[in-house]
Design a protein around this ligand. Structure first.
Ligand SMILES: [Zn+2]
Length: 309
């Protein structure tokens, strides 16, 4: 079994409104093909197509206030309703109560303790590790869960060797921000091919994309549309090279944001649960999946692993 988790921060299912919602504005031919001509907007889910199932997942989890990253991501990773357990939506970085829940176990630690090969595919620059080690920077929920599981984060060296992915998929941002000419630049399609190739080296591969939440907070429509066009190109390369019978791809999020650029805050919209792969695998995965807390148990069920960490 292969599982590729593509986490897009701050992506909800919003109104079909080209003025506020970049998902309605951006050209996304591969996504539209996958969804039988539909766009990734509210009212489309639940949808079943030849290669994909689209669900609308609740990110509010019965807790008042707008969903936040630390509690949302911790819920996706642990299967525990984290905002309910800590009494609030909290973020962006985890505070002590969220850190403790992650330390009790996550999908990464269950995979690792059962001998599954699990990885976070993102590359982190040298400066990131320096800031973590000196206490200047705290882990966000995803790298925290990975390191707690005893899995190494990928480095610049991994990126240079073609064993990791830059946060923007293509490596362009890595070169621009870190002035690192060792980073290979991929066009979006090639980045998707690369992503498929890397994911097949693991049982469970995770990729975290956070620029979407950033564009939402900045209310930056041109940037949001450009990001989605890039993502669509990545999806094209990925889908051409993904073996549906061998595993699933999940594209999901922690909370809404980018789908409504009328506000710079998060939204209470449901998030997409876009599941790609063979129908029988999708049906197993999507059973009882309604909200963020259902994701980790669904992944573990697919691998016949205990659903509790
Ligand atoms: Zn945010």
């Amino acid at each position: 079994m292969r599982f590729l988790f593509i986490f897009l921060d701050g992506v909800g299912l919003g109104e079909a409104d080209a003025r506020a919602n970049p998902f309605f504005k951006a050209k996304m031919p591969h996504l539209r093909d996958l969804l039988d001509g539909h766009m990734l907007v509210e009212g489309v889910a639940p949808l079943e197509t030849a290669r994909a199932t689209l669900l609308a997942l609740d990110a509010n989890l019965g807790v008042p206030g707008l969903p936040q990253s630390a509690t949302g991501q911790a819920t996706l990773l642990t299967g525990k309703n984290t905002p309910q357990l800590v009494g609030e939506h909290y973020g962006p970085k985890p505070h002590q109560p969220v850190r403790e829940l992650i330390a009790q176990g996550s999908v990464f630690s269950v995979m690792a303790s059962h001998g599954k090969r699990a990885a976070l595919l993102n590359a982190y620059p040298d400066g990131y590790f320096e800031h973590i080690n000196s206490g200047l920077r705290m882990y966000s929920a995803i790298p925290l869960a990975v390191t707690q599981a005893g899995i190494q984060l990928k480095t610049a060296q991994d990126l240079h060797a073609g064993d990791a992915i830059s946060a923007d998929f293509t490596g362009k941002g890595w070169r621009e921000h870190f002035k690192d000419n060792g980073a290979v630049i991929y066009n979006p399609h090639a980045a998707g091919v690369h992503l498929a190739r890397l994911a097949f080296q693991y049982d469970f591969a995770f990729f975290e994309y956070w620029l979407s939440d950033f564009a939402g907070h900045k209310q930056d429509m041109p940037n949001a549309v450009e990001q989605l066009a890039t993502f669509d190109g990545v999806l094209g390369g990925l889908l051409e090279n993904w073996e549906d019978e061998q595993g699933l791809i999940l594209v999901t999020s922690d909370h809404g944001n980018m789908e409504n650029l009328d506000t710079r805050r998060h939204t209470d919209n449901p998030v997409p649960g876009l599941v790609i792969g063979a129908p029988d695998l999708r049906h197993t995965f999507c059973r009882d999946l309604h909200d963020l807390a259902g994701v980790a148990p669904a992944i573990l069920r697919l691998f016949d692993l205990p659903e509790k960490a």
